[in-house]
Design a protein around this ligand. Structure first.
Ligand code: PDD
Length: 277
């Protein structure tokens, strides 16, 4: 398969990365995951904008225009003939002798991207999954899609070891998001989700879902949900590029309502599907 290495498409085995790449040593870089449906990228512009915004937030200058970047990803997907899958792209501050402060401007950032064929998780979306609550101990810039994912990794592992699909993160009593997803509760015909602040990643799927809520007439309240009252929700779900709208039917081993995907959740899944298929 082909991979993107800076501005070139090369064979996987021809990519060479330095042991002193700052992404490798410091997690000094940012990334995106974009879903490919039927050969084309879903919400590509939004993902590309967020990529440039994350880079900007860490003072990393992407050395291509957005149009050129879009074209490069497009060419990669074409070259690999991906039908249903995803593209992962990251950029680091580059390779230079290890020191914490930024290297000089002479050091070029290192961009890598590759594709993967993946099916939509249809059976999990139909049946729902379980989540484990985990204290959110991440840093205070969760709005940046940075390569520093240790807090997310530790939380997901804890959920995984408990046999759960996702970690439901909370800062004290306040529910923030998932380890790699956004979180939503529905109670008495109103959808609740954390507002866009430094404490969550502003999910592209989240924005699409808020549009879907308008379409189906589901009112939205953007405020943090309380962990204490989590089982007062009629429905619960998570969202991400790869998980789409994933019902959460069990939290910490206890059923949410009847323990089945809820009606509003199913309506939202249908509305989202209409946009992607
Ligand atoms: N994760 N919150 C976090 C912490 C995330 O890592 C993600 C995405 C989201 C959802 O964002 P979006 O809807 O734009 O995918 C929220 C990606 C898929 C990942 O790291 O694999």
């Amino acid at each position: 398969t082909w991979v993107l290495w800076n501005d070139r498409l090369v064979k996987d085995e021809d990519i060479h990365l330095s042991k002193e790449d700052r992404g490798y040593q410091f997690g000094d870089g940012i990334y995106e995951v974009i879903r490919i449906y039927d050969g084309s990228m879903f919400t590509a512009t939004e993902h590309i904008n967020r990529f440039y915004n994350s880079a900007d937030q860490i003072k990393l200058i992407v050395p291509f225009t957005k149009d050129v970047f879009h074209k490069m990803l497009y060419d990669l997907i074409e070259a690999n003939e991906v039908v249903s899958g995803q593209v992962y792209v990251q950029i680091t501050r580059g390779a230079s002798p290890r020191q914490h402060q930024f290297p000089t401007n002479m050091v070029e950032p290192v961009l890598t991207a590759y594709t993967k064929e993946v099916e939509r998780p249809v059976s999990q979306m139909a049946n729902g999954v379980s989540a484990k609550t985990v204290e959110d101990i991440r840093w205070l810039r969760c709005d940046i899609k940075s390569l520093n994912l240790l807090g997310n990794v530790m939380a997901k592992q804890e959920a995984h070891e408990a046999g759960c699909f996702e970690a439901l993160l909370h800062r004290g009593d306040s529910i923030t998001e998932g380890s790699s997803s956004n979180m939503y509760g529905i109670k008495d015909g109103v959808l609740y989700t954390h507002p866009v602040t430094n404490l969550i990643l502003n999910g592209i799927t989240r924005s699409v879902i808020l549009d879907c809520c308008k379409e189906i007439g589901l009112p939205v309240v953007e405020e943090p949900m309380s962990l204490k009252t989590i089982f007062a929700n009629d429905e619960f779900f998570m969202s991400s590029t790869t998980a789409e709208i994933m019902p959460i039917v069990m939290i910490d081993g206890k059923k949410v309502a009847e323990g089945l995907p809820g009606d509003w959740t199913k309506k939202l899944q249908t509305a989202l599907e209409a946009k992607i298929l």
